[in-house]
Design a protein. Structure first.
Length: 303
């Protein structure tokens, strides 16, 4: 801890102020309140933040006594609680700006002074409040660096940032997938009606398909029957024709009528069998009916 701050020709003032852990400086404007904190900053940090910058010539111009003329000399001394004296002296002579550092009256390097005041921090509250938000954060971190391995902390931060980016990418992909799904659903051409109505329609169409298959099977059976009876019909027609070029056995009208009646009887028996089998409207029965009508017509014409 710094126990005392002294300065000579600092902003035209000489001071020697004892300090404790907490200090409250009061006084009228121009009495040197800010000069105490600025002298502390110069002694510990080597410059005064927010004012003249870090160049020796600029600090001399801003904080030396103008009455000194071309030769300027600014000196600050900080006494540590253990009695160590830290002296920083800035001079201008023949337009040359120099700085000298001493520890306990012995010439020292900047690194040695830095080690001696490593745990000391000086902040001008008014200057701190005038800084931007990022600059205030930077100042606080410089005054109170984080404990532990800073490199490991930075790696943890980098990993957390990468994880955040990955999660954001997953979120964006999910949003795009949801949008595509919603569009596909809106464009989908769904049949009208509720699901039970659609199921009932499917059942109805399935029944119609089964009926069509049965009719097709009956039609094939009828065609087969018709093909089997084609020789009989051809025989009847051959017997009924009298204009043949060849000699035909003589048949009386009574015999021809009997043959035709036999065909009609056979067709009626087939029709009765199909009725008994439940074939009411199938194509096979329609073929039998047609053949029966033709046979009856032939009998009428022969009579």
């Amino acid at each position: 801890m710094i126990a005392r701050i002294a300065a000579k020709s600092f902003k035209g003032l000489d001071m020697d102020q004892a300090l404790t852990q907490r200090n409250l400086v009061i006084g009228p404007n121009g009495s040197g309140k800010s000069s105490i904190s600025q002298a502390l900053q110069l002694a510990v940090m080597g410059y005064i933040p927010g004012t003249a910058g870090k160049k020796i010539g600029d600090i001399i111009d801003a904080f030396s006594d103008p009455s000194q003329g071309a030769k300027r000399d600014v000196r600050v001394v900080a006494e540590m609680q253990n009695g160590t004296l830290i002296e920083r002296r800035l001079r201008r002579f023949d337009d040359k700006n120099t700085q000298s550092l001493r520890i306990n009256e012995r010439k020292a390097s900047a690194a040695e002074v830095g080690d001696a005041v490593r745990d000391e921090h000086v902040v001008d509250v008014s200057a701190f409040m005038s800084l931007s938000g990022p600059k205030q954060i930077e100042t606080l971190f410089s005054l109170y660096p984080p404990q532990g391995d800073v490199i490991s902390i930075e790696k943890d931060i980098a990993r957390a940032e990468n994880t955040l980016k990955s999660l954001q990418q997953q979120r964006d992909n999910t949003k795009r997938d949801a949008a595509r799904f919603a569009k596909s659903r809106a464009d989908m051409d769904l049949p009208a009606g509720t699901l039970p109505e659609i199921d009932a329609k499917i059942a109805e169409l399935s029944e119609q398909l089964d009926n069509a298959k049965q009719e097709h099977a009956h039609a094939r059976a009828a065609m087969q029957i018709q093909q089997e009876q084609e020789p009989s019909r051809a025989t009847i027609q051959s017997k009924a024709t009298t204009t043949s070029h060849h000699e035909q056995p003589f048949q009386s009208p009574a015999q021809e009528a009997t043959a035709q009646n036999d065909v009609v009887t056979a067709l009626e028996n087939i029709k009765a069998a199909m009725d008994a089998a439940g074939c009411d409207v199938c194509a096979a029965k329609m073929v039998v009916r047609q053949a029966l009508m033709q046979a009856k017509k032939a009998i009428r014409e022969a009579a």
